[in-house]
Write a protein that binds this ligand. Structure first.
Ligand code: FAD
Length: 630
């Protein structure tokens, strides 16, 4: 048994807890929402960047659009499972690798809002392009260096990052959602570190020039140790990319299995302090996560376009498809959700640009919601397209029809629910942030490690907090028919959000009182709490955005439709908080894992290729497939 296999649940949680940003230095709309307080003042009027930011952003988008239209053939990327080198070079020349890098360091200096728009645009051409650019800028070298690097590190790396490609190396064969198991090591040696380990699924790894590598520094004299982040030259001796991985979607990404053997890295390449690696990764993602819903928004806009055109064109049973109620419901879902998701994304991104609030919850909600909703929308599109939805674009075109890549988009979107925080982990992470106020006053009461003195102190503190807080959940503006009237036809939706936010806080409190320390294991309860929060944030964003654009009544119509749908989903979740079969399912799952029902699997063959479930040390030992596109 290796050392990492012995990591207990408690240790895993401790590592995650230490990595999270414990302070709330700025107000947070999301945090308040989960506490039953609709702080509309934090998001309304809708924040917006300066005219200069918009001018620069629009100018860049124009260039990018021209390039995408004239130089990129999405079908070629899909057919060859590769983005042609000339496209990568063209994107470099355009500045697309430095979109998010400040002009002081040679970048384009786009705001978060325009960076998102650019990702949505390129991602709509082929999602692999969105992955290429966002893996480099949202999690690769630029973002952590920008946030945590010294001025010298910024001057060294950021200008290079405008023209070179970077990748982020955290995952290992045995390390997915649980970084406490991290096995790669960085052993201090004089002024250097010597890195060893195997990193799995490194997006851009096959063509990267620079890497951010997460590795454990052993604790020793003069070294506090812990998981640390390093910038590493991808062609350093000892680095071998042993496999180019292939997936159900994102066929154009250059994703590798990277082995590091005695790779010498100067101490000056460490980002932040020893032991800060995960905190850096998580803080980077607090904003970096917005790129994923941006790509999802682009995909949803495309789904909407195809759903509209096709549902009008195709006639069956005497009517265009879109006039059959079953299909109309799908078209309405795609249209309303595209509006809601874009509203959520824009609001979170404008807040990120304004820098006045803590947006960790809003960005995480946008990632969670965007990845789930875009997947549903693409699935509905495939259904609306019928048999053609299942057929590849190439095949459709070969027999003389429009080559609509609906099945490809569905495949490409699937990964968004897994990477940069899987849906299950996002639920837990957001729930942790949502209950932070409770844990900070009452955490010691339920902490088995806390002694009696700490528990008594916590009880007194909690008593005071809840005596003030609980009465605020009883009544609010949402009960007054005259509140939010400046929102016209959308006022009723904001009143609902206000009432539902208090109900959500009451439900959370009830869950905490009922299960106390066991609440963290009630994952499906927590997931529903978070999903309701996501709907409420999305509804707020839709109303605030429509209010900004109220001169255009179609925006109000979309916001209204979105809120109606979101409200139905939120109500279902509220109901499921207390009416569910979670306990029975848990029992059943245990029975399945205990081989109680293996007879049910009889009568089939398993076509899997033989091999271990998890290859020890990565396992393949092939020659280097790394190449540079300079
Ligand atoms: C195409 C692709 C690109 C990627 N790019 C990168 C990259 O550039 N850099 C990088 O470092 N990594 C990358 N990854 C890795 C990706 O981030 C991981 O796949 C992800 O973190 C999940 O880890 P895992 O696959 O090992 O799943 P696991 O952690 O094994 O989880 C399996 C399932 O169990 C669930 N689960 C796990 N723990 C819990 C829990 N405590 N409670 C409830 N449910 C749980 C998960 O949600 C998931 O559904 C990429 C992966 C892919 C497929």
């Amino acid at each position: 048994m290796t050392v990492t296999e012995q990591v207990s649940e408690q240790q895993a949680r401790q590592v995650a807890e230490q990595a999270r940003e414990s302070q709330w230095r700025q107000p947070s709309f999301g945090k308040e929402l989960f506490l039953g307080r609709l702080r509309l003042d934090l998001v309304h009027p809708h924040p917006s960047g300066s005219a200069e930011v918009a001018r620069r952003g629009e100018a860049f988008l124009d260039k990018l659009r021209d390039f995408c239209e004239s130089q990129i053939d999405a079908a070629v990327i899909e057919r060859d499972a590769q983005i042609p080198d000339k496209v990568v070079r063209g994107l470099k020349e355009l500045g697309a690798f430095g979109m998010k890098i400040a002009t002081d360091y040679g970048g384009v200096g786009l705001s978060q809002v325009y960076y998102n728009k650019a990702l949505a645009l390129v991602g709509s051409v082929h999602p692999s392009l969105g992955a290429l650019l966002s893996a480099h800028q949202s999690i690769g070298v630029p973002q952590p260096i920008n946030m945590f690097g010294t001025e010298e590190q910024k001057r060294t790396w950021l200008p290079r990052c405008t023209q070179e490609i970077s990748a982020f190396l955290l995952t290992e064969p045995d390390v997915g959602s649980d970084p406490a198991r991290l096995h790669a090591t960085a052993t201090p040696d004089g002024d250097d570190y010597v890195l060893n380990g195997v990193k799995l699924w490194t997006t851009n790894g096959v063509i990267a020039d620079l890497l951010v590598v997460m590795a454990q520094v052993p604790r020793s004299e003069g070294h506090r140790g812990g998981i640390s982040a390093f910038v590493v030259e991808a062609d350093a001796p000892g680095i071998v990319v042993e496999n180019r991985n292939a997936f159900m979607g994102l066929r154009g990404i250059e994703n590798g299995l990277t082995r590091l053997t005695n790779v010498r890295v100067p101490g000056a390449n460490r980002i932040g302090r020893e032991g800060d690696g995960l905190r850096i990764a998580l803080s980077t993602l607090n904003v970096g996560r917005l790129s994923l819903p941006a790509v999802c928004t682009g995909a949803m806009k495309w789904c909407l376009k195809i759903a509209r055109e096709w549902s009008r064109e195709r006639v069956q049973w005497g009517r265009p498809l879109g006039e059959h109620e079953a299909v109309a419901g799908k078209v309405a879902f795609i249209a309303a959700t595209t509006y809601g998701l874009e509203a959520m994304l824009d609001l979170a991104s404008e807040l990120a640009d304004a820098g006045q609030t803590d947006i960790r919850i809003e960005a995480a909600l946008a990632k969670l919601y965007g990845s789930e909703m875009a997947w549903l929308a693409a699935d509905e599109l495939v259904q609306i397209r019928g048999g053609r939805g299942f057929e590849t674009a190439e095949s459709l075109a070969a027999r003389g029809e429009r080559g609509v890549p609906a099945e490809q988009v569905l495949r490409d979107l699937r990964i968004n629910r897994i990477f940069e925080g899987s849906t299950e982990i996002m639920h837990l992470m957001i729930a942790r942030e949502a209950v932070d106020a409770h844990l900070s006053v009452a955490g010691d009461i339920i902490d088995p490690q806390a002694d009696t003195r700490r528990k008594v102190k916590a009880a007194a503190k909690a008593g005071k907090f809840y005596a003030r807080w609980l009465p605020t959940l009883a009544t609010g503006k949402g009960q007054l028919p005259t509140s939010f009237t400046e929102f016209g036809p959308l006022a009723a939706h904001l009143r609902y959000v206000e009432r539902a936010s208090r109900r959500l806080a009451r439900s959370t409190f009830y869950g905490m009182s009922r299960w106390q320390g066991r609440l963290e294991h009630k994952q499906r309860f927590l997931a529903r709490i978070v999903d309701i929060g996501a709907e409420l944030f999305a509804m707020t964003a839709a109303c605030v955005r429509a209010q900004r654009d109220r001169a255009d009544h179609t925006a109000v119509e979309l916001a209204d439709a979105f809120c109606r749908q979101a409200r139905v989903r939120a109500e279902q979740r509220f109901d499921q908080l207390w009416h569910n079969c979670d306990d029975a399912d848990l029992t059943l799952a245990r029975g399945v894992l205990d081989d109680r029902y293996t007879w049910l699997e009889e009568g089939i063959l398993d076509p899997s290729i033989e091999g271990p479930w998890i290859a020890q040390e990565g396992g393949v030992g092939k020659s280097d497939v790394h190449r540079s596109i300079r």
